[in-house]
Design a protein around this ligand. Structure first.
Ligand code: IPE
Ligand code: IPE
Ligand code: MG
Length: 234
């Protein structure tokens, strides 16, 4: 058992709706409560030395939800960025996004840009929000960019390698996740980081996202440390 701290932890933050339902609350109360779990995970990353934290905050498929819930989620995002901006600057946290953020309300796009600019020089923790994100859409966009470059003659067929494809994804320049955590017990990927999760260790907990404590994050790190990563070797 090695005590290696994963460099990159990705989380599918699931179960907000069921958490709220159990308490007779509207789904959005679950999303609000989930913000606290984000704070706890960020703190745990700062404490343990995890360098990249990627959170699945809103998938391309989540646009199918009722407008009331979608609007509330967008407002939560805006408020979260407003409230956390100064703390992120102070704590050395750099904000990034992945996903088609051009699909978000313009106020959210502006806020994201503002906080990304304000934190651009930070290096302690890379905090990556997946917003209007779909792993397949990301690969489609990468393929389109390669086709354009092939047509323009700047990329040839022989140039197309896993590294080149990786460099055209939204996660270009980031290490692949070492550990994926999913809350609320579902054993699926739900279109998250399809390319990047090839050799990621997966930890699923039955706890709903708003119940996810720092101790649960540390338990996931411990689980990760008990794994033997072989990458197809022996
Ligand atoms: C995760 O919780 C948050 C988002 C997908 C935005 P859900 O809203 O999916 O909660 P459940 O899975 O319905 O309980
Ligand atoms: C995945 O959760 C997306 C996010 C956590 C943002 P979902 O609740 O949308 O996934 P499914 O529908 O259970 O696969
Ligand atoms: Mg869900």
């Amino acid at each position: 058992m090695s005590a290696v701290v994963p460099k990159h932890v990705a989380i599918i933050m699931d179960g907000n709706g069921r958490w709220a339902q159990q308490r007779g609350l509207p789904r959005i109360a679950g999303h609000e409560a989930g913000s606290k779990s984000i704070e706890r995970c960020v703190q745990a990353c700062l404490d343990t030395g995890v360098q990249y934290l990627t959170l699945y905050a809103f998938s391309s498929e989540n646009w199918k939800r009722p407008a009331l819930e979608v609007n509330a989620l967008m407002l939560l995002l805006e408020n979260f960025l407003n409230q956390k901006r100064d703390e992120m600057v102070r704590e050395g946290i750099r904000l990034h996004h992945i996903g088609r953020i051009q699909e978000l309300p313009s106020v959210c796009q502006r806020k994201l840009r503002e906080v990304m600019d304000a934190t651009a020089a930070n290096t302690k923790l890379h905090f990556v929000l997946a917003l209007s994100y779909s792993g397949r859409a990301e690969i489609v966009d990468a393929v389109k960019s390669l086709v354009r470059d092939t047509a323009a003659g700047t990329v040839s067929e022989a140039d197309i390698t896993p590294e080149l494809i990786g460099s055209r994804l939204n996660t270009a320049g980031m290490p692949e996740p070492d550990l994926l955590i999913r809350t609320s017990g579902e054993m699926r990927i739900s279109n998250f980081l399809l390319w990047q999760l090839s050799y990621t260790e997966i930890h699923v907990t039955k706890k709903f996202w708003p119940e996810f404590e720092k101790a649960d994050f540390l338990a996931a790190l411990e689980d990760f440390q008990s794994r033997s990563r072989r990458y197809g070797g022996v």
